[in-house]
Design a protein around this ligand. Structure first.
Ligand SMILES: [Zn+2]
Ligand SMILES: [Zn+2]
Length: 291
């Protein structure tokens, strides 16, 4: 074979865990306490959440959650584009130079997600040239729930495809960014993870063993040497996108198979599953490495 399909998903069966990594509480500008926030997500059946207060570490140890796992973190906010700091037990001093922030995050065992790039009136909370210049983040928010009721575009798949088309290997994540109860359950990640503990979930998220969703459920993602098949039970249309957001194929229904040709005219494929209304699910990209 003249190419290899890099599949971020696990080949063996693993449970899918549902979670949100972006939630504000009364420790920053949210209207619910950390405990109320955890209770709300537990009631929705979430498997994990991360409280991500602005430049503040909310200690999960004081929160009762039953079976739901709490991942420690914060949202680095002051002085530049916002960055989710996943798996930290301290709020970093926000440096103006975001590359310094990202280097510190990488050095302390956590990982970074660039937040809501298309937020604000000019759709430019984090300009594309900044995303391209920075290095060392795991991915970007391709959907941010609260931006659906704020200025700008809650979606950032346009930004994602621009990065991917330049050869950047970055994952897509979806989060509520909740500040009030009406933001609970708008956008989440489904993570393929055998164990329900923070370290295992963090590893799976960092490695892209997850997909982003606003309501569509992906059941199976299968690859062999030359094909990729995505099945999503409540999808009405499945679309395969490649470099520069070019559609490779789109079908009505709940399953799409792509046969990658010899000398593929793209460097990655990603799948978008469209359901009722605005419900979607987005797989991670499958990078195609040519020999
Ligand atoms: Zn933010
Ligand atoms: Zn936020």
């Amino acid at each position: 074979m003249a190419f290899t399909i890099l599949n971020p998903y696990a080949s063996k069966k693993m449970p899918w865990l549902r979670g949100n990594l972006h939630a504000h509480t009364t420790n920053s500008d949210g209207s619910c306490s950390p405990q109320e926030t955890a209770n709300a997500y537990a009631a929705l059946g979430y498997d994990f959440i991360m409280v991500s207060d602005h430049d503040h570490f909310t200690d999960p140890d004081g929160i009762q959650t039953g079976k739901m796992v709490l991942i420690p973190g914060s949202e680095i906010t002051h002085g530049g584009p916002h960055i989710l700091h996943v798996n930290t037990r301290e709020a970093l001093e926000p440096a103006y130079r975001r590359q310094d922030v990202l280097d510190t995050v990488r050095g302390n065992g956590g990982f970074a997600i660039m937040c809501h790039p298309n937020w604000e009136e000019h759709f430019n909370h984090c300009p594309q040239e900044t995303l391209e210049a920075l290095d060392g983040y795991a991915g970007i928010e391709i959907l941010n729930g609260v931006v659906t009721v704020a200025a700008g575009n809650a979606l950032a798949t346009d930004r994602w495809d621009q990065l991917l088309s330049k050869g950047r290997r970055v994952w897509g994540y979806a989060h509520d960014d909740c500040h009030a109860p009406e933001h609970f359950g708008l956008a989440w990640n489904m993570v393929q993870c055998a164990r329900r503990d923070p370290a295992s979930i963090v590893d799976a998220l960092r490695e892209g063993r997850c997909y982003a969703s606003s309501g569509v459920v992906i059941d199976t993602i299968d690859t062999d040497e030359t094909t990729i098949t995505v099945r999503a039970r409540n999808a009405q249309r499945v679309i395969a996108y490649s470099d520069h957001q070019k559609q490779v194929r789109a079908v009505d229904g709940d399953v799409l198979t792509i046969e990658v040709p010899d000398q593929p005219p793209y460097t990655y494929l990603r799948f978008e599953c469209c359901g009722k209304g605005e419900q979607r699910a987005w797989t991670q990209p499958f990078f195609i490495e040519q020999a």
